[in-house]
Design a protein around this ligand. Structure first.
Ligand SMILES: NC(=O)C1=CN([C@@H]2O[C@H](COP(=O)(O)OP(=O)(O)OC[C@H]3O[C@@H](n4cnc5c(N)ncnc54)[C@H](OP(=O)(O)O)[C@@H]3O)[C@@H](O)[C@H]2O)C=CC1
Ligand SMILES: Nc1nc(=O)c2c([nH]1)NC[C@@H]1CN(c3ccc(C(=O)N[C@@H](CCC(=O)O)C(=O)O)cc3)C=[N+]21
Length: 280
């Protein structure tokens, strides 16, 4: 039997614990505040921004949503970031990705103060994470670690294979897994004999953005499968990067899409905002 890792339920538990922490902060006159900046129109991003807003309100974080036109220049965005960097009432700043083509993602990531970098994307925070002394965590990989821990799934000593090497998921996932004593392999679009490698995995983390790409052939019987993907199939239905039906009675554990990694990403974003407010 395959156990589904219920991220939606765990995220609810995380949020209720955060509520107590924000109450303590508010009693001291500190209102945890998160600024979310979205540039241009992107239907997927709009969904995430809405989910973030709802979660923030629930836990007692003040979320400031800024929706800028798609024609916003890089300098305008940088000026805004600088304003929030300087504002002591703001504890977290998140710029929704992707950005329109006139704006350089790398420049923007570096402009956010590392102390307010709730995504953990700043090179300083990335460096600290890879050195094993994290100061801030990318939310999706952190949410995955929490989900595995909640189900007592051991990672130390395990063969972990990660599909995808993006800055937002694959690479930081690898660093976190190494920090937790896993033996890690990263694969990507140039990887040869992909299925032969992924079949070695005790824990397989899939973040490639290819709907239902991972079939039974990629997965060792009894492996733990973490599906990060969010894709819309031909019928417009939300599907992961993993073919769910193939995993049932094949994988030992599987994160569903929706209801797995996604809600944990948002819960971790809230947690990090509260942590930053507590440090302030
Ligand atoms: N649930 C959540 O909270 C989140 C979900 N997502 C979802 O996760 C997925 C991945 O996102 P993200 O990391 O941003 O994606 P990117 O598009 O930035 O990166 C995709 C990675 O997958 C690799 N890849 C693509 N095709 C293949 C293939 N056929 N075989 C092996 N590797 C391949 C690419 O390789 P190469 O580097 O060689 O191009 C790249 O490293 C998306 O569906 C996204 O929507 C993302 C963030 C959060
Ligand atoms: N700076 C930045 N930080 C991010 O963390 C970031 C980003 N940019 N750009 C886009 C990706 C994607 N992402 C998701 C967040 C929540 C869900 C989520 O809530 N998913 C729900 C439901 C979603 C739905 O119903 O469509 C679920 O899987 O159950 C998914 C994906 C954060 N990202």
């Amino acid at each position: 039997m395959t156990v589904l890792l219920d991220g939606k339920k765990l995220a609810t538990t995380v949020r209720s614990k955060l509520k107590e922490r924000t109450a303590t902060l508010r009693a001291k006159g500190i209102i945890p505040r998160l600024v979310v900046i979205m540039v241009g129109d992107n239907s997927a991003s709009a969904v995430y921004v809405r989910n973030k807003k709802r979660a923030a309100t629930e836990v007692g974080i003040e979320a400031v949503d800024l929706h800028l036109p798609g024609t916003t220049s890089q300098d305008e965005l940088l000026a805004l970031i600088d304003q929030y960097n300087q504002d002591p009432k703001v504890h977290g700043i998140l710029v929704q990705l992707p950005l329109p083509q006139q704006i350089d993602e790398k420049v923007v990531t570096q402009a956010i103060s590392p102390l307010k970098d709730v995504d953990g994307f700043h090179p300083m925070n990335v460096g600290q994470l890879f050195m094993g002394t994290p100061q801030a965590f990318p939310c999706t990989p952190r949410g995955i670690m929490e989900l595995l821990a909640a189900y007592d799934i051991e990672v130390a000593g395990k063969n972990v294979v990660i599909m995808g090497r993006s800055n937002i998921v694959g690479r930081p996932m690898a660093a976190l897994m190494v920090n937790h004593d896993a033996t890690v392999t990263i694969t990507h679009s140039k990887t040869q004999n992909l299925a032969a490698i992924t079949r070695q995995a005790d824990i397989l983390v899939v973040a490639i953005g290819r709907g239902e790409f991972v079939t039974k052939d990629f997965v060792k019987p009894g492996a733990v499968v973490v599906d990060v993907g969010m894709n819309h199939n031909a019928e417009g239905k939300l599907v992961g990067d993993v073919k769910r039906d193939d995993m049932l009675d094949h994988a030992s554990y599987l994160t569903p899409v929706p209801g797995g990694v996604g809600p944990m990403t948002i819960a971790m974003l809230m947690q990090q905002t509260v942590e930053f407010a507590e440090r302030s």
